[in-house]
Design a protein around this ligand. Structure first.
Ligand code: XUL
Ligand code: CO
Length: 437
């Protein structure tokens, strides 16, 4: 059997914060209990097949820069099988419990639609065998409806019904593949579902088409008995200038408008949040408040660069704030933390893939510990309780219950006079957070 990562001899293990071993976890101790669940149960890490196995290091200015042993076979299906074998060796050595894939990462596009479907079916069978052998599970599957030139005007939002139908047919197979592999969720990221210029675009029609597309998917999942959670992944721009799934609020509004609300939750990505001008935790909080926090793509952007750099998460503040939202929402259910992250182009060795994931897993494990300590201490909750305590009176309650009136508020003000201005104590609270980090 070919070994694709000979530089990593054994499974990466937890050795504790004092370890100097770069191929060991310093914080991710998967069986450690935190607030009643193990770290593994809280974090549900997944490896992204596309970045980890398929990223060739090419960028708009340069050729593919990494050579991977699994890319050596010249026949596309042999290459796909070697890639899948390498993938499962990687997942196992990293002790990652889950992975995520697009249909076209797992299997190559064929000469016809039918040939592409046959390729996918063969690779699903291959992956299924490896899942059984290793115990690694599928967090979510998705369809790549954005790379092939046929989708250059979008998939579900395409002005040509022929392309819409092609995308629908492709997604049918991707959902079936996800079901076959026991996928716990299915993700829709609207790759080119947006527009470049209104000069050639019927915005309302495109959004209605997208909704119709989702309804077809909901019907199909019901028809075949796929019970995994459907997720939409918001992103404000890139590849199109205006993406219809701009951010969490926009997607929730879209789902309500088109009678799709009950069928979807959200998959929030850190770097997409920052591209939308939000913090990651803002997007998680918006989804959490609506009961729609489904899953998370963990990465980070670079605040000096305006695009989706998909870097591995290394910022403790960001992971602690993210895990605070996750814990306060009661967890992510069938979702997980998918590393939609890639190593930088100059990190051209296969072992760099391990360093990226180990760092990301440790940073989130530490973020979890910090968030749990803050919650257990109760300092933020006590502060908020005090801050909102004026809402506990009988008039505020009746306002909340829809029984108030402007006249009753006026009466209240006439009795109470001028409100006392109170500090939000932001700097104090930031100092408190630092004492946990
Ligand atoms: C693109 C992105 C995707 C989705 C899955 O920015 O994040 O990789 O996660 O299609
Ligand atoms: Co993503």
């Amino acid at each position: 059997m070919t070994v694709y990562f000979p530089e990593v001899k054994d499974t990466v293990l937890y050795e504790g914060p004092g370890s100097k071993n770069p191929l060991a976890f310093k914080w991710y101790d998967r069986k450690k209990e935190v607030m009643g669940k193990t770290m593994e149960q809280h974090l549900r890490f997944a490896v992204a097949y596309w970045h980890t196995l398929k990223n060739d290091g090419g960028d708009p200015f340069g050729a593919p820069a990494v050579s991977r042993k699994w890319n050596e076979p010249s026949d596309p299906m042999d290459r796909a099988r070697a890639t899948c074998d390498a993938a499962f060796e990687f997942f196992t050595k990293l002790s990652a419990p889950y992975y995520c894939f697009h249909d076209r990462d797992l299997s190559p596009e064929g000469d016809s639609f039918k040939a592409s479907c046959d390729n996918l079916e063969k690779m699903v069978a291959h992956a299924k065998t490896l899942q059984k052998e290793t115990g690694v599970k599928l967090l979510w599957g998705t369809a790549n409806l954005f790379s092939h030139p046929r989708y250059l005007h979008g998939a579900g939002t395409n002005p040509d019904f022929h392309v819409f139908a092609y995308a629908a047919a492709q997604v049918k197979h991707a959902i079936a593949a996800t079901k076959e592999l026991g996928g716990e969720n299915y993700v829709f990221w609207g790759g080119r579902e947006g527009y470049e210029t209104l000069l050639n675009t019927r915005l309302k029609q495109e959004q209605e088409q997208m909704a119709a597309f989702f309804h077809l998917c909901v019907d199909y999942a019901k028809e075949i008995g796929f019970t995994g959670q459907f997720l939409i992944e918001p992103k404000p721009k890139e590849p199109t200038k205006h993406q219809y799934d701009f951010d969490a609020s926009t997607v929730l509004n879209f789902l309500r408008t088109y009678d799709l609300y009950d069928h979807f939750k959200l998959n929030l990505e850190a770097n997409h949040a920052t591209l939308a001008g939000h913090t990651f935790e803002h997007e998680l909080a918006v989804a959490g408040a609506a009961g729609k926090l489904g899953s998370i793509d963990v990465n980070r952007g670079d605040l000096l660069l305006g695009w989706d750099t998909d870097q591995f998460p290394t910022d403790l503040y960001s992971t602690a704030f993210a895990m605070l939202e996750v814990l306060q929402t009661g967890g992510i259910g069938s979702g997980g933390l998918n590393f939609d992250s890639k190593v930088r182009r100059p990190s051209c060795d296969s072992v760099d893939l391990f360093y990226g994931h180990i760092g990301g897993m440790d940073t989130f494990a530490r973020g979890l510990l910090i968030a749990a300590a803050i919650i257990e201490d109760g300092v933020l909750e006590q502060f908020k309780q005090e801050r909102y305590s004026p809402w506990q009176g009988s008039l505020p309650q009746s306002v909340m219950d829809g029984q108030g009136s402007l006249a009753l508020c006026e009466k209240f003000v006439l009795e109470k006079g001028e409100p006392t201005v109170k500090s939000g104590r932001q700097e104090y609270l930031e100092n408190v957070i630092n004492s946990f980090i």
